[in-house]
Design a protein around this ligand. Structure first.
Ligand SMILES: Nc1nc2c(c(=O)[nH]1)N[C@H]1C(S)=C(S)[C@@H](COP(=O)(O)OP(=O)(O)OC[C@H]3O[C@@H](n4cnc5c(=O)[nH]c(N)nc54)[C@H](O)[C@@H]3O)O[C@H]1N2
Ligand SMILES: Nc1nc2c(c(=O)[nH]1)N[C@H]1C(S)=C(S)[C@@H](COP(=O)(O)OP(=O)(O)OC[C@H]3O[C@@H](n4cnc5c(=O)[nH]c(N)nc54)[C@H](O)[C@@H]3O)O[C@H]1N2
Ligand SMILES: [Mo]
Length: 770
C-alpha cells in the first residue's frame, strides 16, 4: 500500500536544519507562547486565558496531564510554552463557517495537510454530508441528532463504535460510556489504547493499579529519577521544573533516550528569575543513548547488577523485608537475572558494560528512586515486558509507598487517565457494569468491545456502520493510514464531535456529521442552573475542576454533555431509564451518579469544590498494599527481546515536534532539535547514511516491512521524505507523527496491550523517483 505525499501548503524545499540545541530549553518559551496567542486570539483573550490556566476556578491546561502542585504555592503563571500554544490554538478567533464548507469540497480538503486544516479555526455550526454530496452543508442540531439516531437504530450495537480522545472531561466521559453501553456495546476504543495502554497492562497484574504511584512532591524528594523514553522539554515542560526542584534537593536524574533531547539535557526555568538570568540547569546527570527498543535489555542488566551489589554488601541494596512480606515471584526473578550476556546487551542497547554499571551504582546508593517513562517504552512489540522489568527494579529496592519513590508513567492528553477511571474501556470490569446496571436500572452488555487497533480492523473488514468520535482525529492518529482511511470512507455514518477541522472529517463515512462543541477555555453557561464546570484527573490521580471563561466564537456551539444527552434522547427515546436531560441541565447530577458508580468518588460534588480538588486512593502509594489477585506485588520474568534490523535496514520511531499537539500541527518549528519549515523528514545517524549509500538532505521514499507471526511479510510505503543527518543512536531513525503513520502495519502492535508499534518499524530507503 503506497501513500503519496499530500499536496502541500508546506513547501518542504524550505526545510532548515541547524544543529540540535545544546543551550538551555525554556528561556524563549514565554515570548513564543505570547506571540502565538496574540496571532490567534488577540490581546484581551490571550491575557484573560493565560491568567486562568491551572488556577483555582480557572481551567485545566489542555496541553498535558502533568500535575499542578496541591500543597505548595502555585505560581501566578502555572503554564508553559506548549500549554500556551494549545490554548491559543483553541481560543483562536478564526472561524470555520458554512461559507468555508461551501468553498472547499471534500476532494480538496483531502489534499490538505493537518497543519492547514487545523489553522482554519473553530467550527461554528453543525454540518452534514449525505451520500453523493461533494461538500459539507449546514444542518440543524435537531435534524443532526435525528439523523445519527436513525443510523444507530437501524443497525446492531456491535456495528457501532464510540471513540474517545483524552481531552474529554470526566463528566463527559461518564455520559459517553453510559450512552455506548445503553446502545448495547463496549466498543469504546480511546486514544489511551494508542498511548499508555502498555503501562496499564504491565502494572495492573503486578502492582494492582494501572496508574502512577508517585505525587509531585515525591519527584521533589527523590534521590534518583529516571526519565526514560520521554521528551519532557516539548511534551511535559512543567515536569522540568519538578526535576529542577529534585536536583536542588540533591537528587540525580538519568535520561535514557536514543535522541539527545534538549529539555532533558539542559533547562532554564522561564518562571524563575535565576533560571532566566543564570546559565540554566543541566537536567540529566547521566544520559544513556540507548538504541530504540533496547530498554528491556538495559533493565535486565541493571537488575542483575543490583543483585550482584547486594551479594557484595548484604542488606544494603535489596529490600528483603518488603520483598518477603509484600511480593511473590522473587526466587524466579533472582534465578533469571543471575547471569547477563554483555555482548547481547551491547547489541540490544548500544551501551557498554561500564556505562550500565555506573548507573547500577547510582541505583544501589539511592534509597528513593522514581522511574518515569512515556511513549518511548509503550509502543513496541515487547513494551509490556519492558515495563514489567521496570516494576521488578522498583520492587527489588522497595520503591513503593515511601517518600520520593515509585513508578511514574507520564500521561499524555490532559484527561486520558480520568477517562479510563470513568469507564471508557473496551474491557470493562464486571464491578463497573454491575454498578451501572444498579444505578440506572439498565442492562449493560458484558461482551468486550473493540480497542483502537481492533476498530481499525473492523473498518477494514466493513464491520462498522456507525462511528461516533468524542474529539480526536482517529484517521490520522492510528496506524496503517491507507487501509484505515479507505475503511472509514465505506462506513455508513461517521459523527465527529470536534472543535476544529481535521483529517478525519475529510475521510468520512458515506454520511457524515461534524458537531461543533465548546472547548476547555469556553464558558458553558446556557443551562437552567447557570454556568457549569467539569473535572479532570491528572497523571498523579488528583481530581480537580476546570471551567472556561471565554465567550465562545459562535452562539451555535453546544457543550459535550448536552450533545451526548440529546443524541441519547434521540436514539433511546424519552422514556429511557436514564434521565439524560437532567444530567445535561446540571452537571452536579452527573457527578451524583458518578459518586455512586465509580469507587473513590464518594461525595464528589462536595469534594470537587475544594480548592485543589481531591486525590484518588492509590494503594501502593498510600498504604504500600497491592490490590492484585493474591494481594501481593509480583516479580515477573521475561525473555530478552529487542529490535534488530536486518542488513540495509533501520528501526524507525515516530515523535512529536516542538510545534504540534498530536495531529494538530501548530507550526513548523521543532526548535530544540534545530529543524524548521518542514516535516517530512527522517533523522538518521551520519554513519548509517554513509553505510546505506545516502547523503544528508537526499529525498527518499520509505518502505517498511512487517513480518507476521505466520511468517507472511508485507510492505508499506510513504513517499518523499528528506534525510537529515542527526545525532540519534546508530541503527535508529526518527520521523514525525502523523506523517509516518502510513508506515505502521496494523498488525505491528505491542503484545498484550495491542498498542500500535509506533516506535518499532523496520524500514529501508529508496531514492525518491520524482
Ligand atoms: N506540546 C505537546 N505536548 C504533548 C503532546 C504533543 O503532541 N505536544 N502530546 C501529549 C500526549 S497525547 C502524549 S502521550 C505525551 C507524549 O510524550 P512523549 O512520550 O515524550 O512523546 P514522543 O514525542 O512520542 O517522544 C517519545 C520519546 O521517546 C524516545 N524514544 C523512542 N523510542 C525509544 C526507546 O526505544 N527507548 C527509549 N528509552 N526512548 C525512546 C524518543 O526519542 C522521544 O524522546 O505528550 C503529551 N504532551
Ligand atoms: N506514529 C504515531 N502515532 C501516534 C502516536 C505516536 O507517538 N506516534 N501517539 C498516539 C497517542 S499517544 C495519542 S494520545 C493519539 C492521539 O489521538 P487523538 O486524541 O485522536 O488525536 P488529537 O490529535 O489529540 O485530536 C485532535 C482533535 O481533537 C479535537 N479537539 C480538540 N479539543 C477538543 C475538545 O475540547 N473537544 C472535542 N470534542 N474535540 C476536541 C480537534 O478537532 C482536533 O482536531 O495518537 C497516537 N498516534
Ligand atoms: Mo497520548
Amino acid at each position: 500500500m503506497t501513500r503519496p505525499a499530500p499536496a502541500e501548503d508546506i513547501n518542504e524545499d524550505d526545510l532548515e536544519v541547524r544543529a540540535p540545541k545544546k543551550g538551555a530549553a525554556g528561556v524563549k518559551a514565554v515570548t513564543v507562547a505570547l506571540d502565538r496567542g496574540l496571532a490567534q486570539a488577540g490581546v484581551a483573550r490571550t491575557v484573560r486565558s493565560m491568567l486562568r490556566v491551572n488556577q483555582h476556578n480557572g481551567f485545566d491546561c489542555p496541553g498535558c496531564a502533568w500535575p499542578e502542585s496541591i500543597t505548595g504555592k502555585r505560581s501566578r503563571a502555572e503554564f508553559c510554552e506548549n500549554g500556551a500554544k494549545a490554548i491559543a490554538e483553541e481560543n483562536t478567533t478564526r472561524t470555520v463557517t458554512p461559507e468555508f464548507w461551501a468553498a472547499h469540497s471534500i476532494a480538496e480538503l483531502e489534499t490538505r495537510t493537518d497543519h492547514w486544516l487545523g489553522n482554519q479555526g473553530r467550527i461554528t455550526e453543525p454540518v452534514v454530508i449525505r451520500p453523493g454530496d461533494t461538500h459539507y452543508s449546514p444542518i440543524s442540531w435537531a435534524d443532526a441528532f435525528d439523523l445519527a439516531a436513525g443510523h444507530i437504530r437501524a443497525t446492531t450495537p456491535d456495528r457501532c463504535v464510540f471513540y474517545t480522545s483524552g481531552r474529554t472531561a470526566n463528566e463527559t466521559a461518564f455520559m459517553f460510556q453510559l450512552f455506548a453501553r445503553s446502545v448495547g456495546t463496549n466498543n469504546l476504543p480511546d486514544c489511551s489504547n494508542m498511548c499508555h495502554e502498555s503501562s496499564g497492562s504491565a502494572m495492573n497484574p503486578t502492582i494492582g493499579i494501572g496508574k502512577g504511584t508517585v505525587s509531585l512532591e515525591d519527584i521533589h524528594d527523590a534521590e534518583l529519577v529516571f526519565v526514560v523514553g520521554q521528551n519532557p522539554g516539548t511534551n511535559h515542560p512543567r515536569m522540568l521544573s519538578a526535576l529542577k526542584d529534585c536536583k536542588n534537593n540533591g537528587g540525580k536524574v538519568v535520561g535514557v533516550n536514543p535522541l539527545p533531547e534538549a529539555g532533558l539535557m539542559n533547562f532554564k526555568d522561564p518562571q524563575s528569575l535565576t533560571g532566566v538570568v543564570g546559565h540554566g540547569t543541566t537536567i540529566a546527570d547521566e544520559y544513556l543513548q540507548i538504541k530504540v527498543g533496547g530498554d528491556l535489555a538495559l533493565f535486565q542488566a541493571l537488575g542483575h547488577l543490583l543483585l550482584e551489589a547486594e551479594k557484595e554488601n548484604p542488606g544494603t541494596v535489596v529490600d528483603h523485608a518488603f520483598i518477603q512480606a509484600q511480593t511473590e515471584g522473587f526466587e524466579a526473578y533472582v534465578t533469571a537475572r543471575s547471569t547477563v550476556d554483555w555482548a547481547e546487551t551491547k547489541k540490544a542497547t548500544g551501551l557498554g558494560r561500564d556505562e550500565i554499571t555506573r548507573i547500577a551504582g547510582m541505583m544501589a546508593a539511592s534509597k528513593a528512586t522514581i522511574i518515569c517513562w512515556a511513549l518511548g517504552l509503550t509502543q513496541q512489540p515487547h513494551s509490556v515486558d519492558t515495563l514489567r522489568e521496570i516494576i521488578n527494579l522498583l520492587l527489588l529496592q522497595g520503591n513503593f509507598g515511601k517518600r520520593g519513590a515509585g513508578a511514574c508513567p507520564v500521561r499524555g492528553h490532559s484527561n486520558v487517565q480520568g477517562d479510563r477511571t470513568m469507564g471508557i474501556w473496551e474491557k470493562p470490569k464486571e464491578a463497573l457494569l454491575a454498578a451501572l446496571d444498579q444505578e440506572f436500572g439498565i442492562s449493560t452488555p458484558r461482551e468486550h468491545g473493540y480497542d483502537s487497533t481492533e476498530a481499525l480492523q473492523a473498518f477494514e473488514q466493513d464491520q462498522v456502520d456507525v462511528f461516533v468520535a468524542m474529539g480526536g482525529n482517529f484517521a490520522a492518529a492510528n496506524s496503517d493510514t491507507g487501509p484505515l482511511e479507505a475503511g472509514m470512507k465505506r462506513a455508513g455514518l461517521t459523527v465527529h464531535i470536534s472543535t476544529k477541522p481535521n483529517r478525519s472529517h475529510a475521510v468520512h463515512g458515506r454520511t457524515s456529521l461534524i458537531l461543533p462543541t465548546l472547548g476547555r477555555t469556553d464558558t458553558d453557561d446556557k443551562h437552567p442552573g447557570g454556568r457549569q464546570f467539569l473535572s479532570v484527573e491528572d497523571s498523579m490521580s488528583v481530581v480537580h475542576s476546570t471551567q472556561g471563561r471565554l465567550q465562545p466564537v459562535s452562539g451555535h456551539l453546544l457543550s459535550e454533555p448536552v450533545i451526548i444527552a440529546r443524541l441519547a434522547q434521540a436514539t433511546l427515546g424519552d422514556d429511557h431509564a436514564v434521565n439524560w436531560r437532567a444530567m445535561a441541565e446540571d452537571y452536579d447530577v452527573i457527578r451524583d451518579h458518578i459518586s455512586r458508580v465509580i469507587p473513590g468518588f464518594e461525595d464528589f460534588n462536595a469534594r470537587i469544590r475544594n480548592k485543589n480538588g481531591f486525590v484518588l486512593p492509590n494503594p501502593p502509594r498510600d498504604t504500600r498494599t497491592f490490590a492484585t489477585a493474591t494481594g501481593k506485588a509480583g516479580f515477573t520474568v521475561s525473555p530478552l527481546e529487542y529490535l534488530a534490523p536486518p542488513a540495509g535496514h533501520l528501526i524507525l520511531q515516530t515523535i512529536r515536534s516542538h510545534d504540534q499537539y498530536n495531529t494538530t500541527i501548530y507550526g513548523l518549528d521543532d526548535r530544540y532539535r534545530g529543524i524548521s519549515e518542514g516535516r517530512r523528514v527522517i533523522l538518521v545517524h551520519e554513519d548509517d547514511l554513509q553505510d546505506l549509500g545516502f547523503k544528508d538532505r537526499d529525498l527518499v521514499d520509505v518502505i517498511s516491512t512487517f513480518r507476521g507471526a505466520d511468517g507472511h511479510s508485507s510492505e508499506r510505503r510513504a513517499d518523499k521524505f528528506r534525510l537529515v543527518a542527526y545525532p540519534t543512536a546508530k541503527g535508529c531513525a526518527a520521523a514525525y507523527f502523523p506523517e509516518a503513520n502510513a508506515l505502521v502495519h496494523r498488525e505491528l502492535v505491542a503484545r498484550e496491550s495491542n498498542t500500535p508499534g509506533f516506535k518499532a518499524m523496520t524500514i529501508r530507503f529508496v531514492p525518491h523517483a520524482a
